[in-house]
Design a protein around this ligand. Structure first.
Ligand code: SF4
Ligand code: SF4
Length: 372
């Protein structure tokens, strides 16, 4: 297993981290504990030492299951990671109370990496209102937490503000070869690198969408490396960034654990030909876009209640990543008034689109995709 040593408080972590949000589950939705223990053991025995859970994962069950596993191993032989659900805290006393609860569930007296979970503009404002940042020093001094960071889901500008507001030990972002221009993206990566703040990466295979790519892209991948899985291309691209401390994979099956362990045992930065293949894959993905909507929302609001960009996003994602069934589920769950079929063809949106998309005409494509 490849490892990296980074940070002000150095930690030599495995480049593959075990994300504990997609454990195998039983029919009742509860975690399949025997199978999960086998998967964690296999990963651990093959050098994975970064175990990443969070308070709400698996409907609040993940930390307890991870704690069951923690109790079977020497505590100093791995790094334990969890996250504070700050949106559930009305004040600092709540923050401290939840941390105590987490330590109990995890059967430990400390966590190695503690994150303020899934920060966005709204959550960041709440953290500031609680005046949480000055409290973090005493949390570190207590020894219950060894490093403080945050995970992030919002635009780059918010990321920059948060990164500059505190002396973070690390941070965690969504990053993969198709998501370099959204959220923190490549600019966020470069900013953290310039500040010597190591990064943990989530969604390296884009929630599984890069693990089973469309045929024409897979053919290119196989031409260069017949034995590399689609997921391993995505993982190698992320792992090639030197400010990355750990790449998280939320593994659900033993097969995935074995494949990921193999990938991260032999991983090397992509060479020029492999980088060119990733660039070609990006272009082939782009060519599958049905409507060139950027999600800018200049066309909104629609006087009849349509969510115009969401309709186009679902259509595009269905085609780009060959995930029609999942996107249809998303469409079916929308309010009737927000759906493409509710378009009254009034034309109020047409002149507002900087991409000159004939919105009412393109809504027909969405209806054909998801309602016919
Ligand atoms: S044409 Fe359709 S999408 Fe555009 S504003 Fe009118 S109802 Fe809304
Ligand atoms: S204005 Fe055009 S590009 Fe922007 S969200 Fe609306 S349809 Fe998409």
């Amino acid at each position: 297993m490849k490892t990296r040593e980074k940070g002000k408080i150095p930690a030599r972590t495995s480049l593959l981290g075990f994300g504990c949000m997609r454990f195998p589950v039983n029919e009742d939705g509860k975690i399949n504990r025997p199978e999960t223990m086998k998967m964690l053991d296999y990963a651990y025995e093959h050098g994975v030492n970064y175990i990443d859970t969070a308070y709400p994962y698996h409907n609040y069950e993940s930390e307890e299951v991870v704690g069951q596993w923690v109790a079977t191993k020497p505590r100093d032989s791995f790094y334990l990671v969890t996250k504070s659900p700050t949106w559930m805290c009305k004040d600092i006393a709540d923050f401290d109370r939840i941390l105590e609860e987490q330590l109990t569930k995890l059967q430990t007296s400390y966590v190695d990496f503690y994150l303020l979970h899934a920060l966005s503009r709204e959550r960041w404002e709440h953290i500031k209102e609680m005046n949480l940042l000055p409290h973090l020093k005493s949390v570190l001094d207590s020894g219950k937490v060894r490093r403080i960071g945050f995970s992030f889901h919002d635009d780059y500008e918010v990321f920059e503000e948060i990164l500059n507001a505190y002396d973070w030990d690390f941070c965690q972002i969504q990053f993969n070869y198709m998501d370099t221009e959204i959220q923190a993206g490549i600019r966020g990566y470069e900013l953290a690198k310039s500040r010597n703040i190591p990064m943990t990466i989530m969604e390296p295979v884009k929630g599984g969408m890069l693990a089973n790519v469309p045929d024409e892209i897979q053919a290119e991948f196989r031409r260069v490396h017949p034995d590399w899985s689609d997921a391993s291309w995505a993982l190698r691209w992320v792992g090639g960034h030197d400010n990355v401390q750990t790449v998280l994979s939320g593994m659900s099956t033993m097969e995935q654990v074995i494949d990921n362990v193999k990938t991260f045992s032999e991983i090397e930065p992509l060479n020029a030909e492999e980088q060119a293949t990733i660039e070609q894959a990006r272009q082939l993905f782009q060519a599958r876009i049905q409507v060139p909507c950027t999600g800018c929302r200049y066309c909104m609001p629609c006087p009849f209640g349509l969510d115009i960009p969401k309709n186009f996003r679902l259509l595009n994602t269905a085609h780009v990543y060959n995930v029609q069934a999942a996107q249809k589920e998303g469409y079916d769950a929308m309010d009737v008034a927000a759906k493409a079929s509710h378009c009254q063809k009034c034309g109020a949106c047409k002149t507002k689109c900087p991409q000159h998309i004939d919105i009412p005409a393109e809504m027909e494509k969405v209806v054909r995709e998801f309602e016919k």
